[in-house]
Write a protein that binds this ligand. Structure first.
Ligand SMILES: [Zn+2]
Length: 257
């Protein structure tokens, strides 16, 4: 009897079904993934690279900041929604968008990215700024500020321009930080179940600031992501996990190579 890899994974999962691990990890089609339950159904997270990831959700497949070679997305379901936090090249790339956006894809972006979209893509897009909301298939999406605090870093992410996002899945409120330091708006988040928190220098923050913020808003699960930096600014996700301690369950994704 032969099995495809997918069937093998499914039957293995069934075989260990008596033991419940949530979230559970699976590997298929070259992407590792984790599955998190929401009241409407499972949300499956596929880290792709750096700030780019894909979430299969009950409301559709959501691509966050998809950049890079479109081949990295070819084994994943097509995008129903693309979220873009800001215009930097590690978050927004028109070639990637041209390759992955289908007739049925919608986009939600910050206002700066919206202005950079060609007309045909603007027609599929909504722009929301800090503090504004959008809805996608019944999912409420809030734009959260994302910015640098230090005066000498305003050139990277000035306050008011870029977005983080909160996705209000019932039972799995999800926060995507975008590029930011440990701003008060992050520390004040409430009821977050799943968080993606950036950390790299000089552009965002170090592991200490990221862990300190996480200890304050206490998501159930947190992925360190966007942690390679410049000039020795790369942050160590293992060190982050140590600093977070039991304030949150730290999820490691295969973000680089
Ligand atoms: Zn970035």
């Amino acid at each position: 009897m032969t099995h495809t890899r997918r069937e093998f994974l499914a039957s293995s999962a069934a075989a260990i079904g008596a033991i419940t691990f949530l979230p559970y990890a699976a590997r298929a089609d070259g992407h590792s993934s984790d599955v998190f339950p929401s009241k409407a159904g499972d949300v499956k997270v596929h880290p792709v690279s750096h700030a780019s990831f894909v979430m299969e959700t009950p409301m559709g497949t959501i691509y966050n900041d998809p950049v890079g070679d479109a081949a990295a997305y070819s084994s994943l379901p097509k995008a129903d929604l693309v979220l873009i936090t800001h215009q930097h090249g590690d978050h927004f790339n028109l070639d990637t968008l041209n390759a992955i956006v289908t007739d049925n894809t919608k986009l939600i972006t910050n206002p700066t990215v919206f202005e950079k979209l060609p007309a045909a893509m603007q027609a599929k897009a909504s722009k929301i700024g800090n503090g504004e909301n959008a809805e996608f298939n019944g999912l409420k999406i809030e734009a959260i500020p994302a910015y640098n605090l230090a005066a000498d870093k305003q050139k990277f992410h000035p306050k008011g321009r870029d977005n983080g996002y909160v996705l209000n899945f019932d039972g799995l409120k999800t926060y995507i930080s975008g590029d930011t330091e440990d701003i008060p708006e992050m520390r004040a988040l409430e009821g977050i179940d799943l968080a993606f928190v950036c950390m790299n220098l000089p552009f965002t923050m170090d592991v200490k600031a990221a862990a300190s913020a996480v200890a304050e808003f206490k998501p159930k699960y947190v992925y360190p992501y966007h942690y390679r930096g410049r000039d020795n600014g790369t942050q160590d996700p293992a060190e982050f996990a140590k600093l977070v301690g039991d304030a949150a369950a730290v999820k490691m994704g295969k973000w680089y190579g």
